[in-house]
Design a protein around this ligand. Structure first.
Ligand SMILES: NC(=O)c1ccc[n+]([C@@H]2O[C@H](COP(=O)([O-])OP(=O)(O)OC[C@H]3O[C@@H](n4cnc5c(N)ncnc54)[C@H](O)[C@@H]3O)[C@@H](O)[C@H]2O)c1
Length: 437
C-alpha cells in the first residue's frame, strides 16, 4: 500500500511509523507544513521527546526507505491507497467555538492533489457531522471527484495518549465510521492491515477494528468518552464543595463509593486542563445545545480555580498585598504543557484580589515562566500562601521549610504530605478542613 499521513505531530508521526512498521511492503509518506519537522524526520530523528519507541523506530524505518516526509502534498497524495489526516482543531478560548483554520487549509491542499481510488480517513477529534457536512463537500468541490464513487471518506477517532501511542494502538479498539458501506469496508480493511491488537477479554466483542455504522457515531464516540470524564469530574467537584461546607473528607467518601463496581467517581481538584478534557465537551456542545448536564459540568470545572482562591481568602481574611505562589504551571503533573492549564485562572483570581503572584514549576525555566508574564518563584524565598495547581511528583516531598513564612498551603491536587507542614494550615479541595467561623 501507498499511505500518506497528513500532519507529523505527536499523533501523526507515531501513526506514520506504525503504518510503515506494519509491513515492509508499505510505502509511507508524511506531509507537514513545518520544514524543520520534515527535515528531522528525514534524518531519522524524532522532532519531539517523550514518545516511547519512536526514536528507535524512526532510526530503523527512515534509512530503510520505508518512511519519508515532505512539505509537498503533490509528492504524497496522488496515487495513495489511503490518506490519514490528523491536523489539530482548535477551540476559541473565549467562545468555545471550533476553529477549523488549520484543518481547512490541510483539507484544501489534500483535495487539490486527490486522485481516484483513495481512502481518506480523518482522525482529528471533530464535532458530530463535520466529516459529512464539511469535509465531504470541500474535498469534492476542490478535487472534482465524487465521494463514494471516486474516493471514500471515513472518520476514525484517535484515542491514544501521547507517550504511549504504540501500546495504546494495540490496546484500544479502532473505531471507524464511513459515509457508505463500501467506504467503511475499505477503512476496516485498511486499519486491519496496519494495526495489531492485544486480546482483551473485558470487551463485549473482540478487540480490533469496530465499525460504528456511520461517521457521526464514530465522531460522537470520541466526544462522549472524553465528555464523560469532564462531567464525572464536575460531579466530583460539586461533592467536594459540599463536603468542604459540611466538614466531610470527600476523598474518603469517593474511595468508599468506588469500592463497589458500579461507582467510578473521579478525583476533584483545582482545575481540569489540557488539550482534550476541557475542550471536547465544548465541541460536543457546539452541536447539542440541549446538553445541560455537559454545560453545567464544564462550568463547574471552570469555576474551580476561583473556588480554591476564594477558600484561601476566607481563611486569611484578605489576600491583598500577600505574596502567593502558584505551584505548577503545567495542566497536570509530569507533563510540560500549559494548554488550558488551571494556572491561568488561578493567577487571574489572585491578581484580582491584589495578591503579588509568583509561579513555580520544576519543568519550566525562570525565563519560560517569565515569558508567560509571571514572576518566577524559587523555593526558599519568603512567601505567605502557596497554592498547588499541578501534581508534579516533586511537590510530594515539599515541606514548610521550602516556603519560609508560609501562612497557608492550599493543595489543589492533594499531592503534598501533611506531616511536612505541621503548624501551617493546609486546605485541600473537598478535604472538609474547618475554616475560622
Ligand atoms: N496529543 C494528544 O494527546 C492527542 C490524543 C488523541 C487525539 N489527538 C488528536 O490529534 C490531533 C493532532 O494532535 P497532535 O498532538 O498530533 O498535534 P501537534 O500539535 O503535535 O502537531 C500538529 C502538526 O500539524 C502540522 N500542520 C499544521 N497545519 C498543517 C497542514 N495544513 N498540513 C500539514 N500539516 C500541518 C503542524 O506543523 C504540526 O507538526 C488533535 O487535534 C486531536 O484531535 C491528540
Amino acid at each position: 500500500m501507498k499511505i500518506a499521513v497528513v500532519a507529523l505531530g505527536k499523533i501523526g508521526l507515531p501513526l506514520a511509523v506504525q503504518f510503515a512498521d506494519a509491513d515492509p511492503s508499505h510505502e509511507v509518506v508524511g506531509v507537514d507544513v513545518n520544514p524543520r519537522v520534515v527535515e528531522l524526520v528525514n534524518a531519522g530523528t524524532e522532532p519531539f521527546p517523550g514518545e516511547a519507541h519512536l526514536a528507535d523506530k524512526l532510526a530503523q524505518l527512515v534509512p530503510a526507505g520505508r518512511l519519508r516526509a515532505t512539505t509537498d502534498y503533490a509528492e504524497a497524495i496522488p496515487g495513495a491507497d489511503a490518506v490519514v489526516l490528523v491536523v489539530p482543531l482548535f477551540v476559541d478560548e473565549a467562545t468555545g467555538a471550533p476553529d477549523f483554520g488549520w484543518m481547512d487549509e490541510a483539507t484544501r491542499s489534500l483535495a487539490a492533489h486527490l486522485t481516484p481510488g483513495t481512502l481518506v480517513s480523518y482522525e482529528t477529534t471533530l464535532p458530530v457531522g463535520t466529516t459529512r457536512t464539511r469535509w465531504k463537500p470541500m474535498l469534492e468541490q476542490i478535487s472534482g471527484l465524487t465521494e463514494g464513487a471516486d474516493f471514500h471518506l471515513v472518520f476514525s477517532p484517535e484515542r491514544v495518549l501521547t507517550g504511549r501511542v504504540f501500546a495504546d494502538l494495540r490496546r484500544y479498539p479502532k473505531l471507524v465510521g464511513g459515509l457508505s458501506e463500501e467506504g467503511t469496508r475499505r477503512a476496516v480493511e485498511f486499519y486491519e492491515a496496519v494495526l495489531s491488537f492485544d486480546d482483551r477479554d473485558d470487551l463485549p466483542r473482540p478487540n480490533g477494528v469496530w465499525d460504528m455504522g456511520s461517521a457521526e457515531a464514530a465522531e460522537m464516540a470520541k466526544l462522549a468518552e472524553t465528555t464523560y470524564r469532564d462531567v464525572n469530574i464536575g460531579l466530583a467537584n460539586q461533592f467536594a464543595r459540599f463536603a468542604d461546607t459540611a466538614g466531610i473528607d470527600v476523598h474518603k467518601v469517593i474511595e468508599a463509593c468506588n469500592s463497589q463496581p458500579y461507582s467510578h467517581i473521579h478525583t476533584p481538584g483545582i482545575a481540569v486542563g489540557g488539550h482534550c478534557i476541557p475542550v471536547y465537551p465544548r465541541l460536543y456542545l457546539s452541536t447539542d445545545a440541549d446538553a445541560t448536564v455537559v454545560r453545567t459540568a464544564r462550568e463547574a470545572n471552570a469555576a474551580m480555580p476561583e473556588y480554591a482562591v476564594a477558600r484561601a481568602e476566607s481563611l486569611l481574611g484578605s489576600l491583598d498585598g500577600l505574596r502567593v505562589v502558584v505551584l505548577g504551571a503545567s495542566y497536570r503533573g509530569r507533563v510540560k504543557e500549559t494548554a488550558f492549564s488551571g494556572v491561568f485562572a488561578t493567577v487571574a483570581a489572585l491578581r484580582e484580589r491584589g495578591a503579588q503572584v509568583l509561579v513555580h514549576d520544576p519543568m519550566y525555566t525562570d525565563a519560560e515562566l517569565a515569558g508567560y508574564g509571571w514572576e518566577p518563584y524559587t523555593l526558599g524565598d519568603p512567601v505567605d500562601v502557596a497554592i498547588v495547581q499541578a501534581d508534579h511528583p516533586e511537590y510530594a516531598t515539599l515541606a514548610a521549610t521550602d516556603l519560609p513564612g508560609l501562612r497557608l498551603l492550599l493543595d489543589g491536587r492533594r499531592v503534598t504530605d501533611p506531616a511536612r507542614f505541621t503548624g501551617v494550615p493546609r486546605l485541600t479541595i473537598g478535604g472538609g478542613e474547618p475554616l475560622p467561623a
